[in-house]
Design a protein around this ligand. Sequence first.
Ligand SMILES: C[S@@+](CC[C@H](N)C(=O)[O-])C[C@H]1O[C@@H](n2cnc3c(N)ncnc32)[C@H](O)[C@@H]1O
Length: 247
Amino acid sequence: MRFSRKFQKLFSVDAAQSLWEHACRWTHPVSARRILATIDRAELEKIRERYPYRPNARRINAYEDAAYWIGINVKHVQDLWLDRAPSLQILDLGCGAGYFLYLCQLFGHEGLGLDPDDEPFFRGTTKLLGVRRVIARITPQTPLPDLGRKFDLVSGHRVCFHRIARDEEGIWKEWAPADWKFFINDIRTRFLKPNGRLLLEFNPRRDGSSFFTEELRTCFLSQGARIFRRKALLAADPNECPRFKQI
Ligand SMILES: C[S@@+](CC[C@H](N)C(=O)[O-])C[C@H]1O[C@@H](n2cnc3c(N)ncnc32)[C@H](O)[C@@H]1O
């Protein structure tokens, strides 16, 4: 990266927001080390041996690396004030290995995951971490299965369920704004309590740009989302633009 671009990045809006996030976390520290000590890492390694990487799998998703994933999820918990909130009911969409809900449960919340059972490794880790999950696949323009109750928080970190298929160049075909509107309305009307929140976090695109293209940013804003860096936060009430603070 050229110096001028590095310099620009250093003083970009994103850098300022990142600094703000760090400062907020610093005001209420959480010890990742103490949380890590509660996890049986030898057992995690055994689960990985039982379910080795599939050929061509990306090592970036080395979910047996508990130290790394606890560090990441401690930040998620701090950003959502879950280390300081009264007990909440949380539904985590695409819960993966279960680290986020494991932390939520440590902080006194009640968690339920939702994930397709594509990855046998996740079957092992969620069991080890004591994370309950519903096996289901989210598909566009289709209501989620009835879970018989509503939640204070519905979350999705490093969301993937909007990806439909890759084209010949490896670029994902993904949900259109109409699919997002359907999904957000389904979550709001069937899964959120009156003061509930929907939090979605997205990886950057392959070229490093934000998930929020102009079209998607407009779509999420039209639904009342507050967008902050890689995250969109929505309230149960479409007329409310929620803040990142205690639910
Ligand atoms: C990148 S992983 C993220 C896992 C976890 N949320 C995290 O932050 O570590 C994406 C997750 O979404 C799940 N997933 C992918 N497609 C899905 C779909 N259509 N419906 C529900 N979950 C899906 C995968 O099984 C996986 O657990």
